[in-house]
Design a protein around this ligand. Structure first.
Ligand SMILES: NC(=O)c1ccc[n+]([C@@H]2O[C@H](COP(=O)([O-])OP(=O)(O)OC[C@H]3O[C@@H](n4cnc5c(N)ncnc54)[C@H](O)[C@@H]3O)[C@@H](O)[C@H]2O)c1
Length: 269
């Protein structure tokens, strides 16, 4: 299947319009004729695949006995990040959530503690949760770093899902740097890793592996309980299209959806 995800983003949406920040529209195209075969919402797919990528990373890179998860950012992404981490780290029994807007953290804690049946504590200070965490996920709209090196415990798996959320020192303290796709991270110029590469403080050779290399056993994942492992995802379009294609095929099988005609007949051939 071929396709595209077109994503719109307005960070003010949750605050001014009671709408999600991001909305996505996915168009799938037949791999042979390249004609469009489906137009569908991509918002949920996008959030789920972003969570899933961190979930896969946590499966290979977090300590098996991880018990405390700290989420930085109480938005849409951290809801699916939380679901995915809980799916692969069954010993997690406590979750902390910090947001610059404490009301968002409180609402997130209330809703997710009920939906995931786990203790979720909203925080006014990020440090309080980060210091205790075995797994950290940052998914915010921050433009200045939040998480500092000395707050991160040895053995921690810390995921940078959005932009400049870790200090340069925090990233430098990682024993392993794992990415979804390095070239895209640099193209986006957004995350702590990208900014450090742009400033010449790190280069591609400092990246230990891509997540694909770890999953395919070309590189080992976690090797010791003490390792600090940093994971940076920028998101890959293929994840959206693969999931959308599966949903499209399932929908066709179940007779769901509405048939639309592109045209009665093509005007010219
Ligand atoms: N890596 C990927 O594949 C991928 C995919 C989708 C989104 N993202 C990124 O994830 C981030 C979050 O997206 P979302 O949909 O959850 O957005 P959202 O608007 O739903 O949530 C973002 C939250 O961050 C909070 N925030 C803003 N500045 C902060 C700060 N300095 N400290 C703490 N909290 C702060 C906001 O109050 C808000 O609650 C975005 O930057 C987006 O680009 C990454």
């Amino acid at each position: 299947m071929a396709g595209i995800k077109w994503i719109g983003s307005n960070p003010e949406n949750p605050f001014k319009h009671n709408l999600p920040r991001a909305s996505a529209l996915t168009v799938l195209n037949d791999p042979v004729t390249k004609l469009p075969v489906a137009v569908m919402d991509g918002t949920v797919i996008s959030a789920m695949r972003t969570g899933a990528a961190t979930g896969v990373a946590a499966k290979y890179l977090a300590r098996e006995n991880s018990s405390v998860l700290c989420l930085i950012g109480a938005g849409v992404q951290n809801r699916t990040q939380m679901k995915a981490v809980l799916a692969v780290c069954p010993n997690v029994s406590e979750v902390f959530v910090y947001d610059i807007d404490f009301g968002r953290a409180q609402k997130f804690a209330e809703e997710t503690s009920a939906s995931e049946n786990i203790k979720v504590t909203p925080l006014k200070e990020a440090k309080e949760g980060v210091c205790k965490a075995d797994v950290i996920v940052t998914a915010t709209m921050a433009t200045a770093p939040i998480v500092e090196k000395d707050w991160i415990q040895d053995g921690c798996f810390f995921a940078n899902v959005a932009g400049y959320e870790y200090t340069f020192d925090a990233l430098k303290s990682a024993d392993k740097i794992v990415v979804d796709r390095f070239s895209e991270i640099i193209h986006r110029k957004h995350s702590t890793l990208a900014l450090m590469v742009i400033e010449g403080l790190l280069s591609e050779k400092d990246v230990y592996a891509s997540l694909g290399e770890v999953v395919n056993k070309k590189k080992q994942g976690r090797e010791t309980p003490e390792e600090r492992i940093y994971f940076n995802s920028v998101g890959m379009g293929i994840e959206d299209i693969a999931i959308a294609a599966r949903i499209y095929r399932e929908a066709k099988k179940s007779g769901l959806g509405v048939e639309l005609s592109l045209w009665e007949n093509p005007l010219w051939i």
